[in-house]
Design a binder for this molecule. Structure first.
Ligand code: SF4
Length: 235
C-alpha cells in the first residue's frame, strides 16, 4: 500500500493503519474449513442471475419469508473480484431491499472507500440469509441454524456465478455459516489468518454494526482488510 493511500486512510479516521506485509514475510497458510461442507441439499446450480433472484424473491423455504417486506438478495457487480458477506438484512435493508444501508452500511461504504473500492464497482455485497430475522419484540436478531441451512444454497450459487477473488466475512454469523463451523466458534479465533471457501480465500472481520458500537476495534478491522487486500493482490 503506498504512502498516499495511507495518508488518505488516516484522514478518513480509519487509522491506525497497518502496512500490508510483503508476500515473503508471511507465507499464506490457508485453512480450508469448507471442503467437506455441502452447503445445502437444494440444487440451484443451473440458475442464471435472473432465475436465481426470482427464486429468492418468491422463496418460502424458511419462516423468515412471513415477515419480510423484501427478500434482499444482494447488490453489486456480478463479476466482482470482492465479495462481502454479512449475516442478514435488518429493518432498513428489509424496507429498502438492499443490503447494508443505514449507519452500518455507511461505515461499510467508508471501509470500501479506504480500500479504493466502492459499492457496485468490483464489489458484491450479500448476506447469509436473504430475509430479515426478528425476535419476539420485532428487533433484528442473528439468523438461527435452520434459517441459515435453508438459505445458504442461494449464497452458494451467487458465489459460483460471481467467482470472487476474495471473500470478506463480516461478523461471526457470516463467518461460521460460510465456513461451516460450529456457531460457538469465536470471531477472535477466526481473525488474522486466511480461510478458504472452495478454494477462494476468506478473511473474517467484524460486522460494521459491531464497529459502530466498539469503534476502538476499527483498527483491528482495518488490519483484516489489509490481509484481504494482500490475498487479492496475490491472485
Ligand atoms: S431467508 Fe432465505 S430460505 Fe428463508 S425465506 Fe428468505 S430467501 Fe428463503
Amino acid at each position: 500500500m503506498n504512502s498516499e493511500k495511507l495518508v488518505r486512510l488516516e484522514r478518513m479516521g480509519l487509522g491506525p493503519v497497518w502496512q500490508l506485509r510483503a508476500r515473503a514475510d508471511k507465507p499464506v497458510a490457508v485453512v480450508d474449513a469448507t471442503e467437506a461442507v455441502a452447503l445445502d441439499a437444494a440444487d440451484f446450480s443451473g440458475l442464471d442471475w435472473e432465475e436465481l433472484e426470482a427464486t429468492i424473491r418468491d422463496c418460502a423455504r424458511c419462516g423468515l419469508c412471513r415477515g419480510r417486506t423484501h427478500a434482499v438478495s444482494g447488490i453489486g457487480d456480478r463479476h466482482a473480484s470482492w465479495l462481502f458477506v454479512g449475516e442478514g438484512p435488518g429493518r432498513s435493508e428489509d424496507l429498502e431491499g438492499e443490503p447494508f444501508v443505514g449507519p452500518a452500511g455507511k461505515l461499510l461504504d467508508n471501509m470500501l472507500k479506504a480500500m479504493q473500492l466502492a459499492r457496485g464497482v468490483d464489489t458484491f455485497i450479500a448476506n447469509i440469509v436473504k430475509c430479515r430475522p426478528v425476535d419476539a419484540d420485532g428487533r433484528d436478531r442473528p439468523p438461527v441454524h435452520n434459517e441459515v441451512a435453508a438459505c445458504r444454497a442461494f449464497l452458494q450459487r451467487q458465489i459460483d456465478l460471481i467467482k470472487p477473488t476474495v471473500i470478506v466475512a463480516l461478523g461471526k454469523t457470516a463467518a461460521t455459516s460460510l465456513l461451516g463451523l460450529n456457531e460457538e466458534t469465536s470471531l477472535s479465533s477466526l481473525r488474522g489468518e486466511p480461510h478458504s471457501y472452495r478454494g477462494i480465500p476468506v478473511v473474517v472481520t467484524y460486522h460494521p454494526a459491531y464497529l459502530l458500537r466498539k469503534p476502538e476495534d476499527k483498527a483491528k478491522s482495518w488490519r483484516d482488510l489489509c490481509l484481504a487486500q494482500s490475498l487479492h493482490d496475490e491472485r
